[in-house]
Every structure is written in C-alpha cells, then in structure tokens.
Design a protein around this ligand. Structure first.
Ligand SMILES: CC(C)(COP(=O)(O)OP(=O)(O)OC[C@H]1O[C@@H](n2cnc3c(N)ncnc32)[C@H](O)[C@@H]1OP(=O)(O)O)[C@@H](O)C(=O)NCCC(=O)NCCS
Ligand SMILES: [Zn+2]
Length: 216
C-alpha cells in the first residue's frame, strides 16, 4: 500500500519532507520533518523521529524508537539499533538558547552499526564499518572497523564489513585482508590471493605491536 510511486509510508506516519528516495519504507508513527533528506531503500521503523537538518544515505535501517536531531548524518548502509540515542547539544541549559550553528553534529560513516540502547554524545564521528556494542556510551571518535563497548565506550577489537571479528594480517572468512596503516586498520584486499586459506583466525604475518593498535 504505497502512498506514492516512490516510497512507502504507513497511514499513521507524518512525512513533511519531499526529499525521500525510491524504495524507502516509513512505518507507523514515524515523523519526518520538512527538509530532512532520506536516501533510497531505507527502512524507518515505528516511532522514529527525523529532524529537518538530518541527512540519511541509501539502504539505511533505523530501528524502533530512534530520534535523529539536527546535525546527525548517517551515511549509506548504516544500521541504528532500537532506542539508540543521539544528541546535538553537549551542555543544554533552558535559559541559554543556542543558535542552530552552535549545535554539534554526529557523523556515522558508511556501513557502521549502532547497537541497541547506545547513547552517542554529540561531536563525534563513528568510522566506516565500525560496530558500537549494545548499551555503549560513545564520547569519542570511533575508528573504522572498531568494535567499542561500555561506558565510556572503549576499543574491544575489530569487525569486518561482513560481521566477523578480524585482526590485522588475518584473512577474514569473506576474503578481506586487513592491515594497520599509520595506526588505523584498513582493508588492503577485498579478495585475498586464492592460495591463502579463507579461514577466519588464520595469522598470515605476526600482528603489529600493541602500541600501534591502542587507539583509545
Ligand atoms: C559487541 C558485540 C558485537 C560483541 O559480540 P561478541 O563478540 O559475541 O561478544 P562476546 O559475547 O564474545 O563478549 C566478549 C566480551 O565483551 C563483553 N561485551 C560484549 N558485548 C558487550 C556490550 N555490548 N557491552 C559491554 N560489554 C560487552 C562481554 O561481556 C565479554 O567480556 P569478557 O571478555 O570480560 O568476558 C555484541 O555483544 C553486541 O553488543 N551486539 C549488539 C547487538 C544489538 O544491539 N543489536 C541490535 C539489533 S537487535
Ligand atoms: Zn569479512
């Protein structure tokens, strides 16, 4: 029961923006404010709220009960778990109003996942394919591919784009190979040499010293 030929909107949703991409699904009791930008093939589950100066890429899933405030950017294929909390004002005081430009943004890079009930303190960037564990409180930038958990969120390991845990210089079961460059984990091969076994956990080279891994 699409409400137009471009995207689906449940009859109980309030959609005030005209910038919504093809194939996006907007479910019950969602409120999308005017000028909010939402890409293609997204899924906004029940009770999601999207403020005007929010940008959402393509194939983004936002689970139930999430509010996205002005300045939040979700790039392509981001997953936001149920009841995750974003913020945009680090020190709100009712009697001291801030101008729109004084609010801090939060950027969630492509492919990253935010677990259920996470809180993200504004002004941070969640790296590409990073994974924020359930219930974490994020107070700092999160590197690409990092798994962070706890309050405050701390580095626990690394996760491949495919969802397997990975280490540097180990071939993931999906074929990707990672290495450290200037203290950052990067994917150096999407499809490692066929002669290399494709078993997660196989060490090809010794891992780098711990001093290069500790980012937090
Ligand atoms: C972060 C996560 C991916 C880790 O999964 P995992 O690797 O299977 O974790 P493990 O069970 O092996 O736990 C490893 C350690 O991390 C701890 N841990 C795992 N998840 C944690 C979390 N969210 N917060 C704090 N600690 C966590 C475990 O207690 C364990 O600690 P220990 O080494 O002291 O025993 C997972 O726990 C998680 O939080 N997933 C998010 C689920 C979610 O919110 N989904 C939303 C859609 S429904
Ligand atoms: Zn993988």
């Amino acid at each position: 029961m699409p409400t137009n030929n471009v995207y689906f909107s449940h009859p109980s949703a309030l959609v005030e923006s005209s910038q919504i991409g093809k194939g996006t699904r907007i479910w019950a009791f969602v409120h999308v404010m005017e000028d909010a930008q939402i890409g293609e093939a997204c899924n906004l589950c029940d009770h999601v709220f999207v403020e005007s100066r929010v940008r959402i890429g393509n194939q983004v899933t936002i689970k139930n009960g999430v509010a996205l405030w002005d300045g939040v950017v979700l790039e392509d294929r981001v997953f936001v778990g149920p009841n995750a909390v974003f913020t945009n004002d680090k020190n709100p005081r009712v009697a001291y109003h801030k101008k729109p430009e004084e609010f801090l943004s939060t950027i969630v890079r492509a492919g990253a996942s935010i677990g259920a009930n996470v809180t993200i303190v504004c002004g941070v960037e969640i790296g590409r394919h990073a994974f924020v564990g359930a219930g974490a409180v994020v107070t700092r930038h999160v590197p690409d591919y990092a798994i962070v958990v706890g309050n405050p969120a701390r580095l626990k390991g690394y996760m491949c784009e495919c969802g397997n845990k990975v280490q540097p210089n180990v071939v993931c079961a999906c074929g990707r190979l990672f290495s450290f460059l200037e203290g950052r984990l990067i994917c150096i091969s999407q499809n490692s040499a066929p002669t290399l076994p494709r078993t997660a956990g196989m060490v090809i080279d010794p891992p780098p010293p711990a001093s290069q891994i500790a980012i937090f």
